[in-house]
Design a protein around this ligand. Sequence first.
Ligand code: SAM
Length: 279
Amino acid sequence: MPNNPKTDWNAKRHPLLLMARLFIPEDSIDNNQVHISGDDAHYLAHVLRLGTGDKFQVVVPAAQEYTVVVEQISGEYVAGRIIHTVQRETEPQLVLTLYQAILKGNNFPLVIQKAVELGVAEIVPLFTGRTVVKLLPDAVPDRHQRWQRIATDAAQQSERIKVPQVHLPLPLGEAVKRWQASGSPGIIFAARATGSENRNLRNILTQLRPTNQLALFVGPEGGFSAQEAEIAVTAGLQEASLGRRILRAETAALLACGLCMYELDELVPPDETEARNAP
Ligand code: SAM
């Protein structure tokens, strides 16, 4: 069958770089057939203007990724056939949870988007004493849905297999209890020393090696109060510094995620990852 002239230019480039990639639920696949409707069908048919014979990729989150060839397409419904199972190692072994105080304006969505690109497994939004954003209970479901959508889009764009979950916001005290119950090591970032001795992040991470899970707590624009930091440290979180300058909360969150991924060996090139995971 001839290729679709609308998308023929795709063929000249690297196929994996240009193929559309969608997260779909497992029940969208029946044997080797894929059935897509709703916004995703609209996106494939009208935004990407795919036609029969064109290929795209689908990911069943936390399971498998496939290349699919379009067999039938309209703005309401797309049917395709799986022609290839994609092997991709984009998930870190480190299960990193970011407990991030809700930030003003677009900074919280920014943190979600970038943290997902950096490989976090989940994000727990926090209400703290100095959180400026006042979210009325009625507004939480919409806001939460929007945050999850941002995480899903970022996971799709950064070629992840798992979609990190953005949880419902928790007050700091409850979040600390949640972290304790997880059994994971945890670090709280405080811009100013509160009396903890070993605040050197590299030393802390070296002592934690090898760990496959870690939680990071980052404060709001005004920081954690001394009392909050004390509660967290008493509960077992280790306090760490990100250096001598005071960083904006969004900078601190993303730097912390990146540094932990780096120090715990998650930022290695893809070929080294495959070698590391080989039996
Ligand atoms: N005036 C606030 C204070 O003294 O805590 C500054 C808060 S800072 C803008 C926002 C958050 O980013 C902090 O709560 C902390 O989690 C993190 N942060 C910023 N700079 C940091 C640093 N140098 N070391 C550790 N954490 C930092």
